[in-house]
Design a protein around this ligand. Structure first.
Ligand SMILES: C[S@@+](CC[C@H](N)C(=O)[O-])C[C@H]1O[C@@H](n2cnc3c(N)ncnc32)[C@H](O)[C@@H]1O
Length: 330
């Protein structure tokens, strides 16, 4: 497999820790620089093995880092960067079953680091290359949110993506039962593999949490969520009579309030919801009749760079005592 692995000029630059211009110069100046084996004239692809040998012969590289080899191996398997998440998940599934069945360099990486850490490293590499970084809760925010939960046993994230918040709840909040749901299949699959490899008691489901809750009736000590608050087609029309809206039907243009109420509906008595909110939610007027009065929180003070927090003072229409906290994205 490794022999078939191809790399772009940008990959070569990363391998040798140089800029793209240096790679263009090498191609021009050195007649023995490897010829493209694929791609297009504008975006040529080179055989990784040939590039590796050439870089080493020129003293430009001692060894291609193992992580990079494993990553390029996955890219070759994916064939198309749009399939990278699936290729990574396939490799992860093999690691879960048996390290020996994983692709060669991934297996080598797993031997060196352990399967769980090897998968984490490759997942980070995948996330770095994603154009939509917003789909991942930044680690410092995840840690802050998890720290607020302190001591929760069961944690639910109904928009869990690849599982950063749930992992932070496990590693920094001591949570031992992790429940996640995400509408997108690949991130949910990746989250599930992370938890399996990490030996966590976790259940991750793929589906739309607002329209088709995968955990009906399940109560968690903590709900952690960084919801997709700019999504206007969240289901306002079909969910008008939903029993979750005990504070009123969330306005169509304020999906974050649907997510807050979804989170509150999953809280055990005395539980805590920590939700990342859009900054605008903190600045809106507090309530309108028939609107979302009880679930709209005001940010009350700074909690660090770029974030603010708010804790609900009272919840008059709540059927059980609950707490909620919100951090807001500025
Ligand atoms: C900001 S990301 C959350 C990242 C995640 N908390 C983490 O720890 O990395 C928002 C996630 O919401 C998911 N999503 C969007 N609409 C959804 C829905 N209706 N139900 C469940 N998940 C949804 C997206 O697929 C995306 O993964």
């Amino acid at each position: 497999m490794r022999d078939e692995t191809t790399v772009s000029a940008a990959d070569i630059a990363r391998l040798a820790a140089v800029g793209r211009t240096a790679v263009s110069n090498w191609r021009r100046r050195y007649a023995d620089f490897p010829q493209p084996v694929g791609g297009t004239p504008a975006s040529p692809l080179f055989a990784l093995a040939e590039v590796e040998a050439w870089l080493r012969s020129q003293g430009k590289l001692l060894e291609v880092p193992l992580v990079e080899r494993a990553w390029q191996e996955l890219r070759a398997r994916a064939g198309d960067d749009l399939q990278l998440a699936a290729a990574l998940a396939d490799a992860g599934d093999l690691l879960v079953k048996s390290q020996d069945s994983a692709p060669a360099a991934v297996r080598e990486l797993a031997v060196a680091l352990g399967a769980a850490d090897a998968f984490e490293v490759l997942l980070r590499r995948f996330q770095e290359g994603q154009a939509r970084r917003a789909a991942v809760t930044p680690p410092e925010i995840a840690e802050l949110m998890a720290a607020l939960t302190g001591g929760a046993q069961t944690v639910l994230d109904p928009a869990c993506g690849t599982g950063e918040l749930l992992l932070a709840a496990r590693d920094h909040g001591g949570a031992c039962r992790l429940l996640g749901q995400d509408a997108a299949a690949d991130p949910a699959r990746l989250a599930g593999i992370r938890f399996q490899l990490g030996g966590s008691d976790a259940t991750v489901r793929t589906d739309d949490s607002l329209r088709r809750d995968a955990f009906p009736g399940v109560l968690a000590d903590t709900v952690l969520c960084d919801p997709p608050f700019h999504e206007r087609g969240w289901g306002h029309e079909e969910l008008t009579a939903d029993p979750r809206w005990i504070y009123g039907l969330p306005p169509r243009l304020e999906p974050e309030l649907a997510w807050v109420q979804h989170g509150l509906a999953h809280l055990a008595p005395g539980g805590l919801a920590v939700m990342l909110m859009p900054a605008a939610a903190a600045a809106r007027p507090p309530s309108t009749p028939g609107g979302s009065s009880g679930s709209r929180k005001r940010a009350t003070g700074p909690m660090g760079a770029g974030a603010a927090s708010a804790r609900s003072a009272s919840r008059p229409r709540s059927r059980m005592p609950r707490n909620a906290a919100a951090t807001s994205r500025l």
